[in-house]
Design a protein around this ligand. Sequence first.
Ligand code: TRP
Ligand code: SF4
Length: 416
Amino acid sequence: MKILSGMRPTGKLHLGHYFGVIKNWLELQDKYDCKFFIADWHALTNKYKETEHLKENIRQMMIDWLACGIDPEKATLFVQSGVKQHAELALLFSMITPKSWLELNPSYKDLKFNLYYQYLKDFLAGKQIKIILTPPPEPFDEALEKATGKQRSKIFEEYLREAFHRAFYNQKGIDFKWLKEVLLKFGIQKKIVEEVIKNLEEGDVGKDIDTLGFLAYPVLQAADILIYKADAVPVGEDQLPHIELTREIARRFNNLYESIFPEPKALLTEEAKLPGIDGRKMSKSYNNAIYLSDNKETVEKKVLEMKTDPQRVRKTDPGNPEVCIVFDYHKIFTDKETRKDIDIKCRKAEIGCVECKKILAENLNKFLEPIRERRKEIESNIEKYEKVFIDGTFLARGIAEDTMREVRKAMKLWEL
Ligand code: TRP
Ligand code: SF4
């Protein structure tokens, strides 16, 4: 079985990447013919204005992969932009891909949705309307009426999301009617509501990604995958629509010309149960991530900042590990016995959160230490390790060119 997967070079890897992606790759590389690549062209689809960090991000990703044990002896490692054939195939695919397949792609819609949503939140925050902290003055349905404080804010957020969904996922294109209703019902001044809606409708939000490259993101991804005739692609759930589109493009090509491409399947990676230190999804943009490259002290500091059972205010209050992020981490990094002990003592208020966190920090550091050590080694011999990716890129190029010859022939294109 041929496996291919890629990652956009967004910067240093954090624990979310490790348990969401890398751990899976480590297992796959032992069993299958694997290719892993850094999708640097894909990084440009939304970050084309900020290219100054691109090279460094690629290098950091190389270091992180190798430090984690991704092994060039077992898998082919390369950089997308080093294999120009991906671009050629993407171009040819763009000829046969109906625009509507791309416009209806849920990932594309979701990305737009998130941009607009973030804009609204920032806008309201700028007007001193803290939708997270200040509950809306006028409850407008039962769930909301019963809710208090934080719950109310949460419900408000849910309403907003719902309104946004309606704005985007309807037949008429973008329609902010529902959003306007929700904002007004939550007691936000009419003037402000009108202003934000106007900005959303006519402003610059989303304009940055209103590009051909962004829309065609999945076409490039299909080329990445099909050019190596991969059978399976390990990805997270958010990528499923892209894989589905890849299959559709393969099918269309095979029908139009010659049956060259297998239809790859997605190998769904389990959602990692490792939230960021504030309890939300671990992400660079939330500033809640623990990086593989964080030093010992940073890890200790971040662990001490972690949210715990919110009901446990004083040390004498019994806690509930089931709702505690720290305990989610213990499940991964702490041996069973100690964990059981913590579980019991926490429920009886016999262990304090600080002590509990110190145990975690120590175990986490034990896990990270070997990765850090290897990082240091790699960083001080960076040229030697970069060469691994250069060799991999040459190897990938050969395979990609073989496929392209078949493609050009099948399409009856002119060739030297
Ligand atoms: N879109 C993927 C992501 O954001 C990255 C990617 C690009 C990819 N090309 C790919 C993943 C090909 C798998 C196969 O995570
Ligand atoms: Fe969480 Fe540990 Fe505190 Fe219990 S003792 S609430 S598990 S940090």
